[in-house]
Design a protein around this ligand. Structure first.
Ligand code: DP6
Length: 349
């Protein structure tokens, strides 16, 4: 017999960035972060997990290619979920798995991203959140979403925020064991559904410096990160929570753009410096800044993760259409240029 569970999990985009760990093993961050979760039908991971007495070891396929599960991140997630497994019964199939049997059974995991892996589009966020959620369903784990988020965090930090829709905060927590470093929902997906998110894919190539090694080097060498984590982010997180609560787009856009720029400044302050944005990314920033200035109030916010792709958040649909027209005018889709695709996403689930 085989028993399966499938989950679909959207990616999330940080508007206040996580960059830097205080504990590498448990994945505990140096500051709180806030993100917005995309519509699951746009950028998402779909993961099917299966269990059968015929499986002799745990195995995983990512985008149809087998990958190793031996790394600590996968092992930690599998161990944490297994230790919380409960009795499972499927009467139709006549299958009964007792709680104690889960330790002996192996799983097959088939995971698929509908967007470029490791191109700075937070694929690990959707990936680990989806893996943890699918395994928790299969094994009848009864923990709430927040507890599951703390498990997903051990796969990839940003993954903890993908367990919820809408706006999500990852609290850095104070405890040494990471038990209070988890995600909470600030507002659900219906709270601010005027916003439209457009992702301009500047390059779908694999990034040169992974987030994990990049942030390690930043923690080791950047003084600016200390200032950011202690002085800047705590105030910004409070201001961002207020902006989200009041649907205050002016503050939201200012905070989002400033935080993205400071994150990239911190990358530049790392030794050796890390460059995630390219010329096209910089041109997109200029386009948005000039437009916002000419309108008097911000129409669009931009944010860039660990790669050159831009995430643009328009205040409403009308602005989003105008933004797309501008992007198409200045960066016509053309194989000769590197900006060749736009993904029109919707913030809400
Ligand atoms: C720039 O979550 O990918 O996207 O915890 O090492 O797996 P690890 O890093 P990851 O880092 C994401 C960094 C970021 C900002 C963010 O999502 O907050």
């Amino acid at each position: 017999w085989v028993l399966m569970a499938t989950a679909q999990t959207p990616t999330n985009i940080a508007v206040i960035k996580y960059w830097g760990k205080r504990d590498e093993e448990l994945i505990l961050p140096v500051n709180d972060s806030i993100s917005v979760t995309l519509d699951p039908s746009h950028l998402c991971t779909i993961t099917t997990v299966a269990v059968s007495p015929a499986f002799e070891q745990d195995r995983m396929w990512l985008n149809r290619k087998e990958i190793s599960l031996s790394g600590a991140r996968y092992q930690n997630c599998l161990r944490e979920i297994r230790s919380r497994a409960n009795d499972v019964e499927d009467k139709e199939k006549g299958i009964k798995i007792a709680k104690k049997d889960w330790e002996k059974l192996h799983v097959y995991i088939d995971s698929y991203n509908n967007f470029p892996t490791a191109a700075g589009l937070a694929s690990s966020a959707a990936g680990f959140a989806c893996l943890v959620f699918a395994l928790a369903n299969l094994m009848n784990v009864k923990e709430d979403q927040s507890k599951l988020s703390a498990i997903a965090r051990q796969g990839s930090g940003s993954a903890c925020r993908s367990l919820y829709g809408g706006f999500v905060k990852w609290s850095m927590g104070k405890e040494k064991d990471g038990s209070d470093s988890l995600a909470i929902q600030l507002a659900d997906e219906k709270h601010w559904d005027d916003l439209v998110i457009i992702i301009a894919v500047v390059s779908s190539r694999q990034k040169e410096t992974s987030s994990t090694s990049g942030m390690r080097e930043t923690v080791e060498t950047s003084l600016l990160l200390q200032h950011r984590a202690k002085e800047v982010v705590p105030k910004r997180v409070l201001a961002m929570e207020e902006a989200i609560k009041n649907r205050d787009f002016v503050s939201f856009a200012q905070l989002t753009c400033s935080d993205s720029n400071q994150f990239h400044a911190v990358c530049l302050d790392t030794s050796p410096p890390i460059f995630y944005m390219n010329d096209t990314s910089h041109r997109i920033i200029s386009l948005v800044e000039k437009w916002n200035r000419s309108e008097g109030v911000p129409q669009v916010a931009y944010t860039f993760d660990a790669g050159p792709n831009s995430v643009l958040i328009a205040r409403n649909r009308k602005t989003a259409v105008s933004l797309l027209q501008r992007l198409l005018f200045y960066f016509p889709p053309n194989p000769e240029t590197d900006l060749n695709s736009y993904v029109l996403g919707d913030k809400s689930i």
